[in-house]
Ligand binder design. Structure first.
Ligand SMILES: Nc1ncnc2c1ncn2[C@@H]1O[C@H](COP(=O)(O)OP(=O)(O)OP(=O)(O)O)[C@@H](O)[C@H]1O
Length: 579
């Protein structure tokens, strides 16, 4: 009978439908009571040898049975509708929250665990809210009413029924704490296993390359065995619950029957009274029995409630307190001013005293050795995190003053990690702009240098991609992601190693086209291959979290320093490849 606050909150998403489902459940229960009363009357008639009224009583029983079938169907449909409403509302809410939390959340939470909460946890809440909760309300109201009715007919029967009912309802509560602990253990193991499987599936190429498939399989087997142990431990406690309930129900019914027989023998009650006690005593416990059954269906929801609450109430890495919409009419200037940022748990800052300006409508390249802080800089611009010191402004306004949604809509990003969905190429492109025409798609794909390859596919833009775009090469995936970002038509375009999987010649072509297409946007490009950024209007050289130099390609090469060393290293690398 555990009612977690999160589950009560979830029920609020379909309050009226749930109320209707509960009332219908009450009506179904009343048909059971009516049937028991009618049968008791029929049996009493038989005992007295009066057969005249019997056909009417039996016809009434049949009518009640038919009414129950209809009501039960109606009830199930209403409960299913309520559950679906709760499920949809909950998933909507959680997805919006995940959007607010941003990628920073997934560096601490495992994607598979979040998936389990979002899919299985929400399914569990549906079962709990739509099946267990209505039954709980019926159980708390109907048996007391039946007892009140029996008190009028045969008060002695209450001597057996009341203690049994109290034991059936309150007895299992002694195990609630243990059950909650076992439930949490079970859910944590279940979530962990889900996360492990997802990681193993996504990392299969790496596991195969490292010859680690066998070891991973053994680890997953051990995890499955741990889940089995947690399930058995949970069931053991749960079965004790059921055993106590069953014992109380059986004991109470037998006690009530004996007391009714005794009253009948001593002549203190009529035949009708005796049959009513015999049949209604069992009906008194029906809601308790059904509650125990629904408990097993809704138990997953109880176990998942903590996880759901944690996800729903998790604090985003940055507060969304800005009010200004990031709707710039002309491309904004992007300015970093004395920015310092250190990741949690690290002492050395990833960026320290970083100041530079990316001019409005121009292309600024950010280069530097691995670990220099380039990706961190872009993450701060997108407010996945906020700097601990300094400000980042767009159009003169700090990023913190813009609403998060509009800020992120105003900045289109193509990163090294492209994500394409299991959908057609056209649908993948239209993610950025659902209203884009076919001509818009073609134009963007041409600039990104992928149109000819798409057109050569048998289904062209209608070609359905495998999961994560698996049917395309790495370079094709990146160019599609590039086309998608161009379609977004955002005033700021960020390319984070966006052409790293594309061969060098094609990269130069794409970037030339891109500069033309993006003219009028503020573009920030991060690229390892310096040939890709040599034509940028301005190059910012980062080294160990600090700005080493800012300038143009020729000037930076002449000045020596980090940039010149990177250029030399690139030449040497190309030479090695050519040799
Ligand atoms: N999530 C994180 N937690 C802790 N430290 C991090 C995290 N991400 C990056 N760092 C550290 O911050 C520093 C800057 O990393 P960043 O990824 O910004 O460099 P980068 O220039 O983009 O490198 P690369 O060119 O290799 O992608 C590095 O020292 C890195 O180890």
């Amino acid at each position: 009978m555990i009612v977690h606050t999160e589950l009560r909150r979830a029920a609020g998403h379909a309050r009226r439908t749930l109320l209707a489902a509960t009332l219908l459940q009450g009506a179904v229960t009343l048909t059971h009571l009516a049937q028991a009363a009618l049968l008791a009357l029929a049996l009493a008639h038989l005992a007295r040898g009066e057969t005249s009224g019997l056909p009417w009583l039996l016809a009434a029983v049949l009518a009640v049975v038919a009414a129950r079938a209809g009501l039960a169907l109606w009830q199930r449909r209403t409960a299913t509708r309520a559950g679906a409403r709760v499920r949809v509302a909950l998933r909507d809410e959680l997805l919006a929250q995940l959007g607010r939390l941003g990628p920073a959340h997934l560096t601490t939470a495992r994607a598979g665990a979040v998936r389990t909460t979002l899919v299985d946890g929400v399914e569990g809440v549906d079962a709990y809210v739509s099946r267990y909760l209505p039954q709980l309300l019926i159980t708390l109201t109907v048996p007391p009413l039946v007892l009140a009715a029996l008190a009028v007919v045969e008060p002695w029967a209450l001597l057996g029924l009341v203690p049994a009912l109290l034991l059936a309802l309150a007895g299992p509560r002694a195990w609630d704490r243990l059950l909650a602990a076992r439930g949490k253990e079970h859910w944590d193991t279940y979530e962990g296993l889900g996360a492990d499987y997802l990681e193993a599936l996504q990392g299969m190429p790496a596991l195969r390359a490292a010859g680690a498939v066998g070891r991973t399989r053994a680890r997953l087997e051990e995890r499955s065995a741990a889940l089995h142990r947690a399930t058995v431990a949970k069931l053991r406690v749960s079965l004790v619950d059921t055993a106590i309930t069953d014992l109380a129900i059986q004991g109470g019914t037998v006690a009530a029957a004996l007391l009714a027989c005794w009253s009948s023998v001593t002549g203190s009650t009529t035949a009708t009274g005796t049959y009513l006690v015999l049949l209604l005593a069992s009906e008194c416990f029906r809601p308790v029995r059904e509650l125990a059954r629904e408990w097993h269906a809704g138990y997953l929801g109880v176990s998942a409630a903590d996880g759901l609450q944690a996800l729903r109430t998790a604090e985003p890495a940055v507060p969304d307190t800005g009010a200004a919409p990031a709707h710039w009419t002309t491309p904004p200037e992007v300015r970093f001013d004395d920015v310092r940022f250190a990741y949690d748990g690290t002492s050395a800052p990833a960026l320290d005293g970083v100041s530079f300006t990316a001019q409005a409508g121009r292309t600024t390249a950010i280069v530097g050795p691995s670990g220099a802080g380039k990706s961190t800089l872009l993450a701060l611009l997108l407010r996945h995190q906020d700097p601990q010191r300094g400000t980042i402004t767009l159009d003169g306004r700090p990023t913190t003053e813009y609403t998060l949604d509009s800020l992120r809509q105003g900045i289109a990003v193509v990163s090294q990690e492209t994500y394409l969905f299991h959908a057609s190429i056209a649908d993948n492109l239209r993610l950025a702009r659902p209203g884009a025409t076919d001509d818009d798609l073609t134009r963007a794909a041409r600039v990104a240098g992928v149109h000819d390859e798409i057109a050569a596919l048998p289904d062209g833009y209608a070609t359905v991609l495998g999961e994560r775009g698996a049917t395309l090469s790495g370079g094709q995936r990146q160019r599609l992601a590039l086309a998608r970002a161009l379609l977004a038509d955002a005033p700021v375009l960020v390319l984070d190693e966006a052409t790293s999987s594309v061969d060098e010649r094609r990269e130069a072509d794409i970037l030339r086209e891109l500069m033309n297409a993006a003219s009028g946007r503020t573009v920030l490009v991060v690229a390892h291959r310096l040939a890709a950024v040599r034509h940028a209007d301005r190059i910012v050289v980062l080294d160990e979290g600090r700005v080493d130099a800012v300038g143009e390609h020729t000037g930076l090469v002449e000045a020596g320093g980090v940039y010149a060393r990177l250029v030399d290293a690139g030449r040497a690398h190309r030479g090695e490849l050519a040799a």
